[in-house]
Design a protein around this ligand. Structure first.
Ligand code: GDP
Length: 322
C-alpha cells in the first residue's frame, strides 16, 4: 500500500486505475486495503474542483465532457471523469462502457476516465465514487467531473459529493420546462442548454431565457453570489459557450471559497457521508447474521400483510442490536 500510495501521489495514472479497482471491490481484504490506502493519501491535502454533471440520455453529456475536458487538458489542467449510472446495475452495461465514448479525451495525457461500476446498490456506488474522487484528488487532478444520468436519486447523491452541480438540458419549448423537476432545478448551480447550434440555436436561446426566468423564482440560497444559479447556452459539438461555462464555474468556485461556503459545504458533505456509512454498515451487519436475516424476512411479510406496523417490526429488529 505504501508503494501504491506513493505512485498515486506522484500522479501515476496506472496506479490510480489500480486503486479505483481496489475501492470498487467488495472483498473484505480489499476493503481493508482500500481504507488503509485512503487514510495514507488523506495527508496530501489536495483538492480538485468537483463538478457534478447530470442530464437525460441523449442530451449530449459525453459530447460535452469530451469537448469540455479537452479544453481543460489543453489549458494544462488534469481532468478526471467518473460516472455514476444506477441503470448499469440492472442492465450490466454502463454509460461510459461504450469504448467509442470520449475517445479523444481518453487519449489525452492529462485525462483519466473511469466508467460506472456495475455494483448492485446505490449505497455501494456512492462509496466507490466518493473514494474514487478522493483518489483522483490525491493524484493531483485539478478537476473531477462526475457524470450521472437524470434519475432523481443518483443526482441527489452526486450533488452531495460535488462542489458544483451542472444540469445539461436540450433546447425545448416552454411546456417542456415543466418536465424538469423542481428539486433538480434547486440543486443546479449552472443550467447549460446544449445543442445551441444550427437549427436549434434560436430555440436554445429561448430555452435559456425560460430557465433564467424559472431560476429567478427559486428561493435564494446563501451559498450563491448575486447572479447564480445561471442558465447558459452551449454547443458541445461546435464548442460555443464552453469558455463562458468554465469561467462561470471558476467564478462561482472562487466566490464560495472566499465566502467559506466551499469548506462549509465539504464539511457538511463529510458529515452526511459519515452518517450514511454508519447506516449502511449497521444494515449490512444485520444482514450478516443469518437469524436476524430470517427474522427480518418474516417481519417484512407480516408488515406487508398488515399484521404488524412497520415501526413495531423495526423496533423488534433493533432490539437485537443491544
Ligand atoms: P449523452 O447520452 O447525454 O451522453 O449524449 P451524447 O453525448 O451521446 O449525444 C447524443 C446525441 O446528441 C449525439 O448524436 C450527439 O452528436 C448529439 N449532440 C451532442 N451535443 C450536441 C451539440 O452540441 N449540438 C448538436 N447539434 N448535437 C449534439
Amino acid at each position: 500500500m505504501d508503494d501504491l500510495a506513493k505512485r498515486i501521489a506522484a500522479g501515476d495514472r496506472r496506479a490510480l486505475a489500480r486503486a479505483v479497482t481496489l475501492v470498487e471491490s467488495t472483498r473484505a481484504d480489499h476493503r481493508g486495503q482500500a481504507t488503509a490506502l485512503l487514510e495514507k493519501l488523506r495527508g496530501t491535502g489536495r483538492q480538485a474542483l468537483r463538478i457534478g454533471l447530470s442530464g437525460t440520455p441523449g442530451v449530449g453529456k459525453s459530447t460535452f465532457i469530451e469537448a469540455f475536458g479537452m479544453k481543460l487538458t489543453e489549458a494544462g489542467l488534469k481532468v478526471a471523469v467518473l460516472a455514476v449510472d444506477p441503470s448499469s446495475a440492472r442492465s450490466g452495461g454502463s454509460i461510459l462502457g461504450d469504448k467509442t465514448r470520449m475517445e479523444r479525451l481518453s487519449r489525452a495525457p492529462g485525462a483519466f476516465i473511469r466508467p460506472s461500476p456495475s455494483s448492485a446498490a446505490l449505497g455501494g456506488v456512492a462509496r466507490r465514487t466518493r473514494e474514487a474522487v478522493a483518489l483522483c484528488e490525491a493524484a493531483g487532478f485539478d478537476v473531477v467531473l462526475i457524470e450521472t444520468v437524470g434519475v432523481g436519486q443518483s443526482e441527489t447523491m452526486v450533488a452531495q459529493m460535488c462542489d458544483l452541480f451542472v444540469l445539461l438540458l436540450a433546447p425545448a419549448g416552454g411546456d417542456e420546462l415543466q418536465g424538469v423537476k423542481r428539486g433538480i432545478m434547486e440543486m443546479a448551480d449552472l443550467i447549460l442548454i446544449n445543442k445551441a447550434d444550427g437549427d436549434l440555436k434560436a430555440t436554445a436561446t429561448r430555452t435559456v431565457a425560460d430557465y433564467a426566468g424559472a431560476l429567478r423564482l427559486l428561493r435564494k440560497r446563501p451559498q450563491d453570489p448575486e447572479d447564480f444559479p445561471k442558465a447558459l447556452a452551449v454547443s458541445a459539438v461546435e464548442g460555443g459557450g464552453l469558455d463562458t461555462a468554465w469561467d462561470e464555474m471558476q467564478a462561482l468556485a472562487a466566490w464560495r471559497k472566499d465566502q467559506t461556503w466551499w469548506d462549509r459545504a465539504r464539511a457538511a458533505q463529510a458529515a452526511h457521508w459519515f452518517r450514511e456509512e454508519v447506516q449502511n454498515g449497521l444494515l449490512a451487519r444485520l444482514h450478516e447474521d443469518a437469524d436476524i436475516r430470517s427474522m427480518m424476512g418474516a417481519l417484512a411479510d407480516e408488515v406487508a400483510a398488515g399484521a404488524q406496523t412497520p415501526d413495531a417490526a423495526a423496533a423488534a429488529v433493533l432490539d437485537k442490536l443491544r
